[in-house]
Design a protein around this ligand. Structure first.
Ligand SMILES: Nc1ncnc2c1ncn2[C@@H]1O[C@H](COP(=O)(O)OP(=O)(O)OP(=O)(O)O)[C@@H](O)[C@H]1O
Length: 450
């Protein structure tokens, strides 16, 4: 790198600030005093808003503690644009005595702040994260191969999964990928596409849970100019964009019922109508749907159409939780670390042991995030347990929860959690530290009527 490039890199102190306008503007103004240039995006950011900010390496997201899981989804979505972004959280309503941070929190963020912000500390933290991200980006930029998606793991479960993927890629039927959050459903969908004879076509992915209900219809099916107030231009929807390729419908369980009908029609006759038009357009795309919820239970609850389920479920692949193939943890960890930075990072025996005891509720995503965070935070080349944000208490508590969960969380405990959380299943599952899928399974097993 010549002197000019070096200077440019030092001066390039850009930081993405994700949040509501007023808060983001306030943070940006303060950061300017420390020579940081904040580029704001809203929480409903679209691709146009993001595309000219791709050079950024660090980001701040401002959110309330009640929005933790929503924020993780947003970060996951942004990851498809910014592959190597180091995230810092700013909480609007943190109270050290009362606030309970979600177990996944430390796997998403390198650090967190709350109002009133100490901007000197925030600036130092940004400096550190920016420097480390610089090293990461250079490394990734050199390796074309890293763009290729691969499933890591030598266990029987992952080998079996690879074999299924191989078979499924050779046919053109719809596929339903199920499994807990972070087990690699999106990754498998991308691999199926890459291995199929549609590989030269587009791979389009849409998260049905991340879009407001009134936007999903036009996002999926497109619209004509003037179809509704605000439709200034024609818009080609995701299904049409995926013509000759593959469309991944992520979080299919969140698709509103009325759109489930439209999707079913599409799967039957492979034609769509853009909003505001009666013309049928033929589209040739393969559908892969993914969900971490129990769709059969959603059918019983009247939230998911049975006919659509059977259409999508022609091939069903259930991805294993990381805790059921712990023998892959070392390989996964070493591979992720080797992608992280130029300097070699070593896992000590003690760290590895702790990683094998921990039950990874957020699965491979959590493992990857914790290692990315550790790569930024570690003071030397040996990664220890605290660099991973795992202390021994947390590991034991987590192991206990999961072993309880797999043995017996009794009816009373389930009912109490449902009651405490005003029938909010996500919150009740979180209280018991189990996934929603497991929660529904247990509810079913205990014959509890929700
Ligand atoms: N076996 C694996 N080998 C390599 N990387 C993996 C593996 N499984 C998951 N990952 C990585 O873990 C992260 C999470 O995976 P992915 O987004 O595919 O999970 P998911 O099951 O779709 O989660 P969600 O239900 O929350 O959308 C990604 O970065 C993915 O590349």
């Amino acid at each position: 790198m010549d002197k000019y490039e070096q200077t440019k890199q030092v001066l390039n102190r850009n930081v993405l600030v994700v949040g509501d306008n007023e808060q983001a503007d306030y943070v940006n103004t303060e950061l300017k005093r420390y020579n940081w240039h904040g580029l704001s995006v809203s929480k409903n950011c679209n691709s146009k808003e993001l595309i000219n900010k791709l050079e950024i390496k660090i980001a701040i997201v401002i959110f309330s503690i009640t929005e933790q899981s929503k924020t993780y989804k947003l970060i996951d979505k942004l990851k498809s644009y910014f592959k190597r972004l180091n995230w810092i959280a700013v909480l609007t309503d943190y109270d050290a005595k009362k606030t309970q941070l979600d177990p996944l929190f430390t796997s998403y963020f390198v650090d967190f702040f709350h109002f009133p912000i100490n901007y000197t500390q925030l600036s130092n933290c940004l400096g550190h994260a920016h420097g480390m991200a610089g090293i990461n980006t250079n490394k990734v930029g050199n390796s074309k191969q890293s763009d290729k998606e691969t499933l890591i793991g030598k266990s029987k479960l992952i080998q079996g999964l690879k074999e299924k993927i191989e078979k499924v890629s050779q046919v053109d039927n719809s596929v339903l990928l199920t499994g807990e959050t972070g087990v690699g459903k999106d990754l498998c969908a991308a691999i199926i596409h890459q291995k199929s004879n549609r590989a030269d076509g587009p791979f389009i992915s849409i998260n049905c849970g991340a879009l407001p209900e009134h936007l999903i219809h036009s996002e999926l099916f497109g619209h004509e100019k003037g179809a509704f107030t605000g439709a200034i231009n024609k818009y080609i929807g995701h299904i049409e964009q995926a013509n000759n390729g593959t469309l991944l419908l992520d979080e299919i369980g969140d698709l509103p019922l009325n759109l489930q009908v439209n999707l079913l029609h599409f799967l039957e006759d492979h034609t769509i109508e853009r909003l505001g038009s009666c013309n049928k357009i033929k589209v040739n795309c393969r559908i892969i749907a993914a969900t971490h919820i129990d769709l059969e239970h959603a059918i019983e609850e009247g939230k998911f159409r049975e006919d659509l389920f059977h259409r999508l479920n022609i091939i069903n692949i259930k991805l294993p939780e990381l805790r059921s193939h712990k023998e892959d943890i070392e390989l996964l960890a070493k591979t992720f670390l080797s992608e992280e930075r130029a300097r070699k990072l070593i896992l000590t025996d003690e760290t590895l042991e702790a990683m094998l005891i921990y039950e990874w509720p957020g699965n491979v995503r959590e493992l990857k995030n914790r290692l990315q965070r550790a790569a930024v935070m570690a003071d030397d080349s040996e990664l220890n347990i605290s660099d991973l944000g795992l202390n021994s208490q947390k590991i034991k508590a987590n192991a206990l929860y999961v072993s309880n969960q797999t043995k017996h969380i009794d009816t009373e405990t389930l009912l109490a959690a449902i009651e405490h959380n005003n029938h909010n299943i996500t919150a009740a599952a979180r209280e018991l530290n189990i996934s929603r899928t497991t929660f529904y399974r247990l509810v079913k097993k205990c014959n509890i009527k929700l």
